[in-house]
Design a binder for this molecule. Structure first.
Ligand SMILES: Cc1cc2nc3c(=O)[nH]c(=O)nc-3n(C[C@H](O)[C@H](O)[C@H](O)COP(=O)(O)OP(=O)(O)OC[C@H]3O[C@@H](n4cnc5c(N)ncnc54)[C@H](O)[C@@H]3O)c2cc1C
Length: 400
């Protein structure tokens, strides 16, 4: 067995793990990242694409914002579409100038991996049989197998950034975590189409046939979603059926043109709200999707993952600077305060915009009344806007 030693062992090389490694490096703390997939796979995975103002600020402050600055598309508003009418929410005007930025998750991950490799930081891709041990005492280890054989990393702390299906959360003894969970009776069919977006801003559409979302990844790539049955397979959705359904749901009085183009990716994403508390057990700290999942309606998953690791990096920096464990001890509590507010917002957006199977006419009327209220009351619109651009990040103001 090959033995390695570092200060922080990071399981998972997604956005949370890579940002944590980067922030720790900037604070002079060593880490090793262990990732189950190949570099190409993690850099090409199609997932989130909306960055909050605070996420962009973090990328810039951490010195990985150059490409985001050049290629990110800044949006100052979103559209709510219901009853065949269009209504703009002026995010920027309602939040004192804050914005959101369209920049795909895979680009965030690419930038972070490039930054890691540029400084010679250790990262193992295609790690198999990853396990964590000894984290309830003072000798945590990460073990895995790769082309070089069996590797063991001895470290002071383990960061479980390995997503919802990773090994870190399930390795914590049963009974030590409390799980809060809600599943939704629908899913999203997401497509990526090689065509210019049909709108300059995101469109959240409430329709009697179900929710639809128009988003984008670049000036030539459109991302579109349709609420669908959670048991639907991609095979049930031919390209023709998808475009027909999108045209129906997005139709507005006075007309609106939805650009069609070749569909290059399709997937069905289940909808779930999930929180594991606390986000720490002994010397293992869980962050991002490993600790919580939000339904994607509020575009929060990636943003929340980065907010967690900012808190964790600051706590580790304080510990290594002077031995104080106070921020490590309050890590879970600090993160969960924000996690629950974001859970609430994501649940609320989901409940507002989707058709529920057991809907009755009362519920549909109530949803439309709420949409009408949001689009006619500055106070209601402002509440949506301040959550959508992102609540302030918890933790020290001056980090990194
Ligand atoms: C299909 C899909 C679509 C999504 N779409 C959106 C969206 O449109 N908007 C939005 O805001 N959010 C979306 N999300 C959520 C968002 O992408 C996540 O919240 C975000 O990726 C969380 O980052 P993370 O680093 O915590 O976890 P992940 O991105 O899941 O990264 C975890 C990493 O750990 C690795 N890993 C897993 N197990 C192991 C192991 N045993 N050992 C080592 N490594 C391991 C994984 O390969 C992965 O690279 C989507 C998620 C999915 C799954």
């Amino acid at each position: 067995m090959n033995q390695l030693r570092t200060q922080v062992g990071i399981v998972g090389g997604g956005p949370a793990g890579m940002m944590l490694a980067h922030l720790l490096h900037r604070a002079g703390i060593e880490s090793i990242v262990v990732e189950a997939r190949s570099r190409d796979y993690v850099q090409e995975r199609v997932r989130a694409g909306v960055l909050e103002q605070g996420t962009c600020d973090l990328m810039h402050a951490a010195g990985v914002g150059a490409r985001l600055e050049r290629e990110g598309i800044t949006h100052q508003g979103i559209e709510l579409r219901f009853g065949g009418q269009r209504h703009r929410i002026d995010l920027s005007g309602l939040t004192g100038g804050k914005t959101i930025t369209i920049y795909p998750q895979r680009e965030v991950v690419k930038d972070l991996i490039d930054a890691r490799i540029a400084v010679g930081g250790a990262i193992f891709f295609e790690a198999e049989e990853v396990s964590i041990r000894g984290f309830d005492g003072d000798a945590p280890t990460i073990q895995f197998r790769d082309s070089g054989g069996v590797q063991e990393i001895r470290c002071d702390f383990i960061a479980g950034c390995d997503g919802f299906h990773g090994v870190c959360r399930p390795s914590i003894p049963a009974g030590a975590l409390t799980i809060f969970e809600r599943t939704y009776p629908f899913a999203w069919l997401g497509i990526l189409a090689e065509v210019a977006p049909s709108s300059d801003e995101l469109i959240y559409c409430h329709h009697e046939r179900g929710f639809a979302l128009h988003s984008m990844r670049s000036p030539s790539l459109t991302r579109l979603y349709l609420q669908c049955d959670p048991n639907d397979s991609v095979a049930a959705w031919s390209d023709e059926r998808i475009w027909e359904e999108l045209h129906t749901r997005f139709a507005v009085a006075g007309g609106w043109k939805l650009n069609e183009g070749p569909i290059v990716q399709k997937g069905v994403t289940p909808m779930r709200s999930f929180v594991a508390e606390p986000m720490r057990y002994g010397h293992v700290f869980i962050a991002g999707d490993a600790a919580h999942i939000v339904p994607p309606t509020g575009a929060k998953g990636l943003n929340l993952a980065l907010a967690d690791v900012r808190v964790l990096a600051a706590a580790l920096a304080k510990y290594y600077a002077g031995g104080s464990r106070d921020l490590l001890d309050s890590y879970s509590q600090t993160c969960l305060k924000r996690v629950w507010k974001v859970q609430r917002f994501s649940w609320w957006m989901t409940s507002l915009l989707h058709r529920f199977p057991a809907d009755n006419p009362f519920d549909r009327r109530r949803q439309v009344a709420e949409l009408d209220y949001i689009t006619s009351s500055r106070a209601a619109a402002q509440s949506l806007a301040e959550n959508y651009v992102g609540l302030p990040m918890e933790g020290p103001q001056r980090f990194p």
